[in-house]
Design a protein around this ligand. Sequence first.
Ligand code: NAD
Length: 426
Amino acid sequence: MSQRDNVIKHSSENPFESMKKRFDIAAKTIGLDESDYHVLIAPQKTVIVNIPVTMDDGKVKVFEGFRVVHNANLGPSKGGIRYSMDVHLDEVRALAAWMTWKCAVVGIPYGGGKGGIKCDPRSMSKGELERLTRSYTDMMVDVFGPDKDIPAPDMGTGPQEMAWLMDEYSKLVGKSSPAVVTGKPIVLGGSLGRVEATGRGVMVSTRAALAKMGINPVGTTCAVQGFGNVGSISAKLLAMQGLKILAISDVSGAYYNPEGINIEAAIAFRDNNNGTLEGFKDGKKISNAELLELDVTVLVPAAMEDQITEENANRIKAKLIVEGANGPTSASADDILNKKGVLVVPDILANAGGVTVSYFEWVQNRLGYYWTEERVYRRADRVMKTAFEGVYAAAQKYNIPMRIAAYCVAIQRVADVEKLRGKFGL
Ligand code: NAD
């Protein structure tokens, strides 16, 4: 279960509105016609279920669950399942749309989906979580499928929930179906390299962006916000590329060392310290807000949404922002960063390494043949590099920021396929 569950979420713009703002600008840029606009913005399928679960005390509790398929033009829809008390339909719809654009921008044959159950997984026993996951799968059996809709972990879920889902689905369809879900434990068909995939994609994107800016990565300064899966692996791989990581942070605060932080040592510290950087001594303690405003060349927000807003965007000194997190920059901060000439590699591109390796997991499950870590890395790096170049070229062509260019590339791909297929209604 992810650490993000332990932190208070910042208030945010309505997530669907935030996605739509960027979608609208991109749609205008590529001249998307009005009917395509309406088809592409609306989720194709929304399923709401009430899931009865017998709790350990014998009483039955009913949980609300959702699955949204935003768009399945490019292939089966792909997206995580979130267990949280904050889950609501608007958020699930926004996240599903984000997945459509993310898969399209990196050119993998998937549409976008997302699911969630309104529950507090930390207060539930393992048995209760298992019964909840199996019942949700039973109720979604007509939605899920290796060629229809493929879930994955998200906040509050992990490999164990995916194993239950895979097992339950396999029983229901009467055959082993590992490809119905990704993010499984390795022994059940998970992919090598999945844990590092998102951080690795952030590193590849950063390298590609620095090359465009004519900046040698060796000695280039960097700050990384968030030290979970994405933040710590991005920091480690960037340090291996020669960048000097001046600051790291987690929910306990930020740690700044002008000489550069030893990232391997910081990871070891966190792993022996209940997963937190609290008490980390290789740096002066500063706040997360101060970290964002440090005088560094590269900033990697890899914690959570809405960290760079219209309130602090003007004080950002980094020349390059690579968005490891989903939605770390609010739509209202985009213009400020653009005016300052900051190059932003947007989330739907920068953190797409994760879904790319999830796609590889699905491919391996269907092949029944498993790749080495080296092969996974090589292929994922190639997907990320090609996607970066495509988005960068679109940004140059239309003279627009990379975020809007990423949306343009993605929307165009989905719209082109829609034209070829006709109005696809699932
Ligand atoms: P995680 O739970 O492993 O780590 C989150 C980290 O952020 C933790 O170190 C936590 O302490 C820290 N954090 C939380 N709130 C913070 C705050 N206000 N200030 C500073 N640090 C804070 O999560 P993760 O998997 O690394 O995901 C991080 C972000 O990346 C999320 O936005 C997630 O949606 C996105 N993302 C993750 C993946 C993936 O493969 N894990 C893929 C794509 C996008």
